[in-house]
Write a protein that binds this ligand. Sequence first.
Ligand SMILES: [Fe+2]
Length: 230
Amino acid sequence: MKVYDVQQPIFKYSIENWGEFKTKILEMIEPYRGKENIDTEVYRKMKLMQHTIPQNDDRIRKSYCGTDFDTDFFSNKKTSNSKINPLPLYAKPLLDDLRKYLNQWKKESTIDAEYHVTDLWFETCMRTQYHGLHDHGGKGVSCVLYVEMPDGAIPTQFRDEWDVDKWYTPDFKEGDLVIFPAWWKHRGGINDSDERRTIIGFNMHRRGLRTSKDATNESEFYYTSMTCHS
Ligand SMILES: [Fe+2]
């Protein structure tokens, strides 16, 4: 027998002048907190689907993926094809600030391709809230910027796809930007703190490939945007 030791890399970049950057990001997302602008139809479908997904998770006892956290992921998501999935207004200034790290990643990952951001959102978990097992679709890469990480907060945990009871927990900290394959199943564990745990998430697809913007109907949009699996 021969075993091929093929690795799935996770790239991590620590943001310079993080204190200043953090203040700026928190100000940017503040108007988006709460779910006043939620697209209830997309949200309802997602909740419905997640309801049936069992979680093989020693920390998460409930059998739900968990969507009670605060996020603008569902906000302003139009369900007609032409206006699907616009980015929030803060995406451009935020991505301008992250560009040098993303360019560094492109160089260091040796993936010589143009990428575009297909969606971008924030997610805040208060005490007892979590984001259970999920992935970000079958193609492209996903990025997480850790904006508020209370002391002892556990960062994203990645599932071992050969032994699904095993989890890999990298030592990510506040101010880190991480990039990983979108299909890799992961979770955000329970926030055991009284403080907020906040991340910015975004997905990037190679230019020219099919994106959620190309979806011809709502469910297609949904599947190209974010999926949950057991
Ligand atoms: Fe995720």
